[in-house]
Ligand binder design. Structure first.
Ligand SMILES: [Zn+2]
Ligand SMILES: [Zn+2]
Length: 293
């Protein structure tokens, strides 16, 4: 038997903890999100110019460059410095895009657009996230810490459409669920007489507080995740990259100063295992929600 007073206190404490949780998670993550990391060549014309955990990919072409994702905080400056350090020019950036419109991947987009004058092209369903600075998000729309500088979108792509610049083609795959317009990009790279199929995957992780069996503002979330896992399991991948370094275990595979090796991030098994693990997490959560346990 718990006294009503004690019950009230416990409930109050629980509320406080729930309210603080997102901030706590962010603070904990932020160290790796903003910690600088030496830029390096991943494979062919694809380079890492992101922070320790948040990926930013520089793709160079003879007709200018593409940048995929930013980070948070002062990462626009970090990205600029990294591009420069690799011997490229930030002002050569022609296209900006992103794997999805959450602040940890796009908070620096408005600044980067200002610095480069590049066109921002994103997936059609995520467009409102960019233009509302995150307020249109079904999960974090009311979380002030998850909002960012709104940025005008100059063009959108649909599932299967591609971005082409200077002989490089990125095919956009709508892998919705995490956001309505979450996108993976694929391209192929020729290196040393071999062709590598590269994926910059948006992995189907589920944020805390998301209810798969009935998410306000996102009716089709469960079907979208299911379709994403099916599509991702079916993809033929050699080189696996993702939105977060931790998702594809960058730091187990590469240490600053390691020599360039186009085979370094070849990991089709790791990719498939990660997709299957996320699918299992999704199925477990969905089952739990449906049985009410
Ligand atoms: Zn996200
Ligand atoms: Zn993220």
């Amino acid at each position: 038997m718990v006294s009503p007073m004690k019950r009230k206190m416990t409930r109050l404490l629980a509320l406080v903890v729930v309210a603080l949780l997102p901030a706590m998670l962010r603070a904990q993550d932020n160290a790796d999100w903003t910690r600088p990391f030496e830029p390096f060549r991943i494979i062919g014309n694809i380079y890492w110019v992101g922070s320790y955990d948040l990926s930013t990919y520089l793709i160079t072409t003879p007709q200018g460059n593409i940048l995929i994702n930013t980070g948070v905080g002062d990462t626009a400056q970090q990205i600029a410095k990294s591009v420069d350090q690799l011997g490229f020019k930030l002002s050569d950036t022609r296209i900006l895009t992103a794997t999805h419109g959450h602040y940890d991947h796009v908070a620096g987009m408005a600044t980067l657009k200002r610095l480069t004058g590049a066109r921002l092209i994103v997936s059609e369903p995520d467009r409102p996230l960019f233009e509302s600075g995150g307020k249109a998000d079904f999960r974090f729309g009311n979380t002030p810490g998850a909002q960012f500088d709104p940025v005008k979108v100059d063009g959108t792509f649909k599932d299967g459409e591609s971005i082409t610049l200077g002989g490089t083609t990125l095919v956009a795959h709508l892998h919705a669920g995490h956001t309505k317009g979450a996108t993976s990009f694929t391209t192929s790279v020729q290196e040393g007489g071999k062709t590598y199929r590269v994926i910059i995957a948006n992995m189907g992780s589920i944020n805390p507080g998301v209810k798969l069996s009935g998410m306000p503002g996102y009716n089709t979330i469960a079907q979208d995740y299911a379709r994403t896992f099916l599509a991702q399991k079916d993809m033929k991948v050699d080189v696996w990259l993702a939105s977060h370094a931790s998702q594809f275990r960058l730091h187990d595979k590469y240490k600053p100063g390691d020599r360039y090796d186009p085979e370094r991030f070849v990991d089709p098994q790791g990719y498939l295992a990660a997709v299957q693990q996320l699918e299992k997490t999704y199925l477990d959560q969905l089952a739990k929600e449906r049985t009410g346990k």
